[in-house]
Ligand binder design. Sequence first.
Ligand code: SAJ
Length: 423
Amino acid sequence: MNVVIIGLGYVGLPLACLCARKGHKTTGLDINEEIVDKVNRGVSHIKDAALEHAVAGVKGVLKADVSPDAIATADVIVVCVPTPVDELHHPDLTPVRKACEAIAPHLKKGQLVVIESTIYPGTVEEICVPLLQKSGLRAGTDFGVAHCPERIDPGNQKWHVGNIPRVCGGIDASSTERCAQFYRSIIDAEITPLKSVKAAEAVKIMENTFRDVNIAFMNEMARSFDKAGIDIIEVIRGASTKPFSFLAHYPGCGVGGHCIAVDPYYLIEKAKSYGFDHQFLSLARKINNDMPLYTVDMVNDVLNKLGKSIKGTRIGILGVTYKGNVDDTRESPAFEIMHLLKERGAQLVVFDPHATTHNSVTSLNECIGKSEIIVVCANHREFLQMNYELAAKAGIKAVIDGRNFLDKDAILRNGMLYKGIGR
Ligand code: SAJ
């Protein structure tokens, strides 16, 4: 088929490479000329080994463009643009609207438009269809529209766009079936058609909200167990031996990323419009959003134990991305932690081996050498190479492990204080 992917980010670029590799004549569209130029040179603008390899592999096969002209000859058009929230956590569907407005003038009879971006239930029918029908064509009779929520776990080596099962739902049975057929042509996994487009929109929101509330649950348990002197990681390890109906999540210094930290707000805000108040989801968001402050208060307590205060202390920040082994800093809790520490007079020494734009040093050892304590905000695999004996010798007095992933016993053995989230 002729496939056009609109948006070449974390979702669209892997999908475009997959479509090209599977033999579809694929054009990737993006408003960012630099991204388009890089893709045409076989270069990924995202630092991810598998993706860099995939983009290089389709050089000359996948065509990238800024101009939307390719839409006119497409069989399938897939929208993979961001769906962020604004500072008041209100959904911002501007990129989705703009993508639909770019499609409309080129829309032809028989085409299928698929929205992959995460949207609240009702978006396709209330926002996308009206914009697409400005083409003068009728959705359903003249062209198909469906939602196939994106599922991708950046940095995950096992699960990738080519083997993750998907669901899809269209505005009518024909759209649903055509959408399922398209994804079956590129994905080696179960593609499940759902009975409505709203159901498909609700699936993604539910999946990610499920994760957010479970993380909030563990964050609350961590704060309670911390006061009780219980190591929550040991408790999760124990609870995980139950072979059914327990699913481990982990406490941390905060919930970031463009999915989990954002998607619940799409449902919370939409539900208000139909008169429902998601108290539980809102509370979970509050609990998770409080974790950066909780982490900074922990730093303060540890420094007080050392007869010091945050003011004037050189604090090493390890990791600024929203999770380990990715270069994405969107909604990262590290930024609020750094802001709060600076507000309280800390001198920060920042090092992230994946997202280097915020670094103040160029190596882990340099960060350790210039700091008095260390605060870990992202669990990058590189930090596991930390030599605790050398760190202690370099004058590190304490490690605050915001991702509970360093070796607590080794740190204690080397005479440093250790404080994790709930341990
Ligand atoms: N986090 C915790 N505790 C946990 C898990 C995550 O604090 O137990 C934090 C992470 O540090 C990060 C944030 O939550 O700051 C989000 O982490 P994530 O592992 O959910 O990573 P994402 O945002 O890349 O989530 C993606 C999502 N995929 C899509 O939205 C399509 C999500 O649905 C997946 O569940 C997730 O990957 C995954 O399972 O890894």
